[in-house]
Write a protein that binds this ligand. Sequence first.
Ligand code: FE2
Ligand code: FE2
Length: 330
Amino acid sequence: MYAQMVETGQKSVRALADMSSEERAFQQRIDADVKVEAADWMPDAYRRTLVRQIQQHAHSEIVGMLPEGNWITRAPTLARKAILMAKVQDEGGHGLYLYAAAETLGVSRDQLIADLHAGKVRYSSIFNYPTLTWADIGAIGWLVDGAAIMNQIPLCRCSYGPYARAMVRICKEESFHQRQGYDIMMKLCQGTAEQKAMAQDALNRWWWPSLMMFGPPDADSVHSAQSAAWKIKLLSNDELRQRFVDQTVPQADYLGITMPDPDLKWNAGRGHYDFGAIDWQEFHDVLRGNGPCNRERLATRVQAWEEGAWVREAALAHAEKRADRGDELG
Ligand SMILES: [Fe+2]
Ligand SMILES: [Fe+2]
């Protein structure tokens, strides 16, 4: 699949012979797996594509804090509360690494945040679904963080150094997130019939949106060919989605709950699970801003930004004072 994608990519992207000498040297370094660093020359389109991809990713991390942050005060035990707080805090940290990686490409964090708040850039559509019960926190960790890991592991090898290095640390933390989610599901599935039904209900609601997290089918994916040639997208959407299904179905079997998909079955010939058709209409509706929580999520972000203004001002005043005193860390 990947070989095939690169082949199509090489047909639709320019041949080395048609490139300027700078572009050719750039592509040859990428082909030789040399990382691109912030100060290196890079084509404008490479820079733009990365800014778009990294900022969408950064925004997804911080908007992703909202549906789960919503459950911190209602976590069923003190231990669960501490774990969930650590998890949500990690996501804030992921946003921080990624905004910093985007800034190395010459954009300011303030501008990126302003674009998010103005609705000009997207974040992962999964965070526009509501968290209705405690089991949703389990399903999110298990499925949403699980899908994020599947997407992000290949990015640790992507061509842009600052992004690749941020991903290494993020992926380590994501695997803790996935485990904590699965652990919540385990407890519920080993509990009362009512608790198990709650886990099943959460799976029913989060399964399809999780599959949509990998993006549109390869046939409709506009950016894949060039991004593959630049090694900023190393595996195709459909390939990652299939890997996720193959990994996750046995985990549901172990829990004793079932995916809400009557067409899901093991295909021995392919060596993969077949699964039913995804409702892409729903995906596009949510992307267009019509998901259950789009407006609420954005309004909460804007409010948090406005209410945090005094913290930013105080931090800046403190930094200036230290600089005036000549403190080394100033
Ligand atoms: Fe994260
Ligand atoms: Fe996470």
